[in-house]
Design a protein around this ligand. Structure first.
Ligand SMILES: Cc1cn([C@H]2C[C@H](O)[C@@H](COP(=O)(O)OP(=O)(O)O[C@H]3O[C@@H](C)C(=O)[C@@H](O)[C@H]3O)O2)c(=O)[nH]c1=O
Length: 191
């Protein structure tokens, strides 16, 4: 079976759900999730500066992250396991400002998300997972920031029932102290 790249632009413009190139045979499979020319031919200008992976246990939440400076577009794929991945449009001049969308990314479905610059990104880990990131900008620790996963004004509906309830969440100390959406709007209005 051979599956070609497939690009679907989402309602949050500039974000894409992407099926990678995939071929299998009696040895197993082959996945190509990035090619600069194929991306350009489909209207996506995404040149890589950094690639990294996160390894997470079921119940982990990493959300909702972005860099306040050196904005980082990223191509995200769950290499193994299952995450519920959420993107949030944080572009103040966008008609979908403040809106979120969620997607099941699994090792099996191989779906990738192209998260544009000026978006927040995060996920809830439904099964032990490895997630890969192919970034258009390097990590910039001083600008590392985020909005609380449970911010009421954004209102992300996380499927906590799939991890046995919100009380089972595993969250970093940093992610317990992120800003509110209301604070984010004050920061960008001052710029
Ligand atoms: C993200 C990142 C972290 N680090 C360091 C900082 C820290 O010591 C350690 C773990 O960092 P964090 O706790 O911030 O990792 P994590 O919570 O996994 O952060 C990630 O979350 C997801 C949702 C994203 O979208 C990513 O862009 C990134 O923000 O790794 C880097 O050196 N380079 C990086 O690119």
């Amino acid at each position: 079976m051979v599956q070609k790249f497939d690009f679907q632009e989402l309602e949050l413009k500039g974000a894409y759900l992407i099926k990678p190139f995939f071929a299998d045979d009696n040895r197993g499979g082959f996945v190509k999730d990035y090619n600069i020319d194929t991306f350009k031919a489909n209207g996506i200008d995404h040149e890589l500066k950094e690639v990294f992976y996160t390894i997470s246990k079921r119940g982990v939440i990493r959300a909702t992250h972005f860099q306040l400076v050196k904005q980082q577009a990223k191509l995200v794929r769950c290499v193994s396991g299952h995450v519920y991945d959420v993107i949030v449009d944080l572009r103040p001049d966008s008609p979908t400002f403040g809106q979120w969308r969620g997607f099941d990314l699994t090792g099996e479905n191989m779906n990738c998300l192209l998260v544009p610059q000026y978006f927040g990104h995060g996920y809830l880990v439904i099964e032990d997972s490895v997630v890969s990131y192919k970034c258009g900008e390097v990590f910039y620790g001083e600008g590392d920031s985020g909005i609380m996963y449970n911010d009421p004004d954004i209102g992300i509906k996380w499927p906590f029932e799939l991890i046995g309830g919100e009380e089972n969440l595993i969250i970093s100390e940093k992610d317990k102290k992120l800003m509110s959406f209301s604070d984010y709007k004050k920061i960008i209005n001052r710029r």
